[in-house]
Write a protein that binds this ligand. Sequence first.
Ligand code: MG
Ligand code: MG
Length: 256
Amino acid sequence: MSWERNIVLKTPAELEVMRKAGRINAMALAEVAKNVRPGITTGQLDKIAEQLIRDHGGTPAFLNYPGPYPYPATLNTSVNEELVHGLPGKRELREGDILSVDCGTVYEGFVGDSAFSMGIGEVSAEAQKLMDVTQESLRLGIAQMIPGNHVGDVSAAVQEHVEAHGYHVPREYTGHGVGRKMHEGPQVPNYGVRGQGILLRPGMTIALEPMVLVGTHRTRVLKDQWTVVSADGSLTAHFEHSVAVTEDGPLVLTAV
Ligand code: MG
Ligand code: MG
């Protein structure tokens, strides 16, 4: 697919709908966070998110998403060395785990896509630092999402912060435009060069999603054909917001 030909600028009215989709998505993630505790399964968290989305008139964007086989759940729940696309199921969370939760909601035809990582109870200092660095890299990337900047400015802001802390960003998985489809143009990698890439214009809507690995940038996919893990088994974290580029600066669409 050509990402560049797939950029769809949104009107202010469409951005308002996207905010509603994003708000429902944020509420679902907040409900998941509230219920996270040692012993709960990722499958239970998935049902909690699905219920909240449906109760608010939305539908889960990931459910049946095309892939090696249609995606079977509402959430991606990725634990520890699992970077993204972890399948919810019978796994029980344990004290000290890092859980990354990614969720998408369709509301009135538009998608909200966001993710966060959190520790289960007490986590190691390294795990906490990893999550803090990842979340901060998202904030720094979003700050670059202003008209006149390029995709490379956003990507570089993420990469520079992550690598300054000795961590790594994957090459195969990236942020993306978001709108009526979950994946639109432009593609927004977590690595790049300032001043390069697509010019950011008002009305662009981008899901920026730093994925960060402690030991390597390399990843592999598990036998379930969805779950992406760090190649060396090291810890990973993932934060994401859907954000609109506007004349007034970046507008986070997936805030509560
Ligand atoms: Mg996502
Ligand atoms: Mg995304």
